[in-house]
Design a protein around this ligand. Structure first.
Ligand SMILES: C[S@@+](CC[C@H](N)C(=O)[O-])C[C@H]1O[C@@H](n2cnc3c(N)ncnc32)[C@H](O)[C@@H]1O
Length: 333
């Protein structure tokens, strides 16, 4: 297959637009879907940005601070399992029957949510969008993926019956606008579901101490995300934003997500173990851009902090957890 290359300048596209009559390339072959010309146009979204030894998205480069490489994708698989278990082995909580519905998953990541929904509900049509085209290419006929920036005008104007948005903390700058866009892009009677945590972990028994580097790192991460105006803990604000957008039948549920194996309850213990794995595998991904580029830390200081995070993840005396806020709501019919 031809090597993908980014066009030399964006003027290449502008020049093509300015020509009044588009000339036909007589040498164009109908089966040449992978030739260099097409590849060069596709490349602007398929090229990656590499920095700090990790791979990042190139479409709207720099707007999302976390990597999209295989290591991060493996972490997102763990995160998917955490949400699934936290919700009581459910992919969603909205009171819908997805079969026959047109569904959107905002910022789909690896696409695992649409793929599982597509398998469970064969007559649903499911679209997942993301800045990064990291989803599988060979898909069931009822699942599709798009490269799109949900903070801009959405590329597909056809309305949906149900919009699902999960774990977009640190990604979204204008949450109220995004919630309004969901409203505008739903059919009358359609449902929306948002799933986000509070900002930093806490304990219910005051067992956490100021020297816990997991909390220290996550507090500094929240500071960096606030500095770039992409909040890390939108969960508690979701309900208000949904109310302001005009949704009705709003309901909010809060699910506990512990960090560590300290809970007695077997499900929470499993979630806590998965969260430990998530943070251990994700700490570098969470911190590289926010700490070095936003807070101005040196690589060496960051490496020292992250080492302490890994050590403190093993502590069993601190019973820390997040709340996951799940808000569902309906557009009036
Ligand atoms: C933390 S991941 C969550 C992925 C998925 N929602 C899940 O729950 O597994 C956030 C995803 O949102 C995507 N993203 C960030 N900003 C976005 C934007 N403005 N438009 C579309 N996708 C975006 C990122 O590329 C990333 O894949």
């Amino acid at each position: 297959m031809a090597q993908l290359e980014q066009p030399a300048t964006t003027n290449a596209c502008a020049a093509a637009k300015a020509t009044s009559t588009a000339e036909v390339d007589e040498l164009e072959r109908p089966d040449s879907i992978y030739d260099d010309e097409l590849s060069s146009y596709v490349s602007s979204v398929l090229d990656w940005e590499w920095k700090h030894g990790r791979r990042y998205h190139s479409y709207q480069a720099g707007s999302y601070s976390f990597p999209n490489d295989e290591h991060e994708q493996n972490r997102l698989a763990v995160v998917h399992r955490i949400f699934y278990r936290a919700l009581g082995d459910r992919l969603f909580v909205a009171p819908i029957d997805p079969d026959g519905l047109r569904i959107l998953d905002i910022g789909t990541g690896t696409g695992i949510w649409p793929l599982q929904m597509g398998e469970l509900y064969p007559s649903a049509e499911i679209v997942g969008n993301d800045l990064s085209p990291i989803q599988p290419q060979w898909l069931p006929s009822n699942v599709r993926f798009l490269v799109d920036d949900v903070e801009k005008e959405w590329v597909e104007p056809e309305p949906y019956d149900y919009i699902h948005s999960r774990y977009m903390c640190g990604a979204i700058r204008h949450w109220p606008k995004l919630v309004r866009q969901c409203y505008q892009n739903l059919k009358p009677g359609g449902w929306v579901e948002f799933m986000e945590t509070n900002e930093t972990p806490y304990s219910e028994d005051n067992s956490e101490t100021a020297d816990n580097h997991v909390i220290k790192m996550l507090t500094l991460l929240a500071k960096a995300c606030n500095k770039i105006e992409r909040p890390l803990g939108p969960g508690p604000s979701l309900r208000g934003w949904v109310e302001d957008a005009g949704f009705t039948n709003i309901s909010q549920e809060i699910f506990k997500v512990p960090i560590g194996t300290w809970p007695k309850d077997r499900r929470l213990k499993e979630i806590g173990a998965l969260m430990t794995l998530d943070i251990a595998e994700g700490v570098e991904a969470f911190t590289l851009v926010p700490f070095i580029e936003v807070l101005g830390w040196s690589k060496e200081d960051l490496a020292r902090l992250n080492e302490k995070v890994l050590q403190d993840l093993r502590r069993t005396d601190q019973h820390i957890l997040y709340d996951v806020h799940v808000v569902t709501a309906q557009k009036p019919a």
